[in-house]
Write a protein that binds this ligand. Structure first.
Ligand code: 13P
Ligand code: SF4
Length: 359
């Protein structure tokens, strides 16, 4: 449930908020851990105890047993995963509870269950391995755990798909069609072995022959931030900056990923910028706040956003402000933590732990 920020917090100056956050951190000491995703605003990043991609942050949440208060500056599915992976004595707070993920919302529980029911006609439980991208609600992670599958993120999707294909004939991957496709092509599968289940169509819009032939069944979901990037953007940068390296997130469309010099998770992109020699030119296809921070952190490199004109902002990541963080740290005991109840938690934990094992 969303708390309305009291006027006092809405009107506070940046300096005042910074002082309050700093004082709360000192007061709470080791009891508090602030986890921050790479897409957060630069002023929120300042207060991170740990920064990372969604895989890295889930690892920290699983290992940081001494922190009883985890403030997760990211989006809802990340905080839910942190709650599942952390202990009973720990409480996870999402400083802005409205921060969701439209891609995660593209896989609704009822639609996925309906697809799975239809896939039972093809021997789903014996032949098809469900693999859920981290960007899903806890209920879907639980579904995945219940049917023997695992969770993956953009940094371990290769290992997850290999794991799934070694154990069952087919993989049912949701909700990101692009990450699924970009990973599946690395396994040398032919185009007719990769199909997309369109949940708005009867039987996913697929014929029985298509399903029988498929090795990978992708969900028809996407990230509206990353699908902003087009082949034309890549071509334009190749002409204007022939020296540039292009690095993109694998949630981009396959043609963009194929034409880029490198692709990987947000942590991969951060490392790519760090490791590039001084004087490098790098065009990045991902969320604008991360790109701006990379440009700011590496003034000796020419780093810019790939599209140049579409402003690929994740409005949900952008929701979390210093005002939210200050309020959360000063009022956590009155706020409702993110909580995944049983039996959902245990089933989802099985799928998340499998991810940690294979990565
Ligand atoms: P990462 O796991 O690469 O941080 O990506 C999360 C995400 O939501 C990208 O849009
Ligand atoms: Fe979701 Fe896309 Fe935002 Fe990532 S960038 S949190 S996938 S909407």
């Amino acid at each position: 449930m969303y708390h309305t920020l009291p006027q006092e917090y809405r009107e506070a100056t940046q300096d005042d908020l910074a002082e309050r956050i700093t004082a709360a951190r000192q007061r709470l000491g080791e009891r508090l851990c602030i986890l921050v995703h790479h897409y957060q605003r630069v002023e929120v990043v300042e207060f991170a105890d740990h920064m990372g991609d969604s895989y890295g942050l889930s690892r920290i949440a699983a290992g940081k047993k001494d922190a009883e208060i985890i403030a997760f500056c990211g989006v809802h599915f990340m905080a839910e995963s942190a709650d599942i992976l952390s202990g009973e004595h720990q409480h996870v707070y999402l400083p802005n509870p409205l921060a969701g993920c439209p891609m995660a919302d593209m896989a609704e529980m009822a639609d996925v269950l309906e697809a799975w029911e239809a896939l039972r006609a093809y021997g789903a439980e014996e032949r098809i391995m469900p693999i859920s991208y981290m960007n899903t609600a806890a209920g879907l992670k639980a579904f995945t755990g219940r049917y023997g599958g695992l969770i993956c993120t953009s940094s371990n999707a290769d290992a997850a798909l290999a794991w799934g294909l070694q154990r069952r004939e087919k993989v049912f991957f949701f909700p990101d069609e692009n990450l699924g496709y970009n990973t599946a092509v690395k396994f040398g599968l032919s185009p007719d072995e990769i199909v997309t289940w369109d949940f708005s169509d009867q039987d996913g819009g697929l014929s029985p022959e298509q399903i029988e032939r498929a090795r990978i069944i992708l969900w028809k979901g996407h990230c509206h931030v990353h699908t902003n990037f087009t082949v034309e953007h890549v071509e334009k940068v190749r002409l204007s900056h022939p020296e540039a390296k292009i690095v993109v997130h694998p949630e981009c469309i396959p043609d963009v990923v194929r034409l880029a010099d490198a692709n990987g998770s947000t942590s991969f992109i951060v490392k790519y910028c760090q490791q590039a020699p001084s004087g490098s030119t790098i065009a990045i296809g991902t969320e604008i706040n991360l790109v701006h921070r990379m440009a700011q952190d590496h003034p000796d490199k020419n780093i810019f956003e790939l599209s140049g004109d579409t402003c690929p902002v994740c409005a949900n990541m952008y929701r979390t402000t210093m005002n939210d963080l200050a309020y959360t740290l000063e009022h956590y005991s009155d706020l409702k933590p993110i909580h995944v109840g049983e039996p959902m938690r245990s089933d989802a934990l099985i799928a998340l732990e499998k991810m940690l094992e294979i990565s």
